[in-house]
Design a protein around this ligand. Sequence first.
Ligand code: ZN
Length: 78
Amino acid sequence: MKQGKCPKCGSENVFTPDDLPLKSGPFGSNSIPISLTSMAALDNYVCIDCGFVESYVSDEYFLKKIPKKWTRVIDKDS
Ligand SMILES: [Zn+2]
């Protein structure tokens, strides 16, 4: 999606806002809770053909904090 192609429908009409004020949204609606006291804003990519949305945490601070707070997902099939 970051490379401009929708993984769901194959469209190349993928958009992301360049400079969005209040990126974390009203009441933190466009952010993800990392711990009791911290929220990370999300970068969104939207396919305008099928409406699929993909979101990323881009802040390095939170990407380093997550393994200390969250549980790693293990693939049970492999
Ligand atoms: Zn699509």
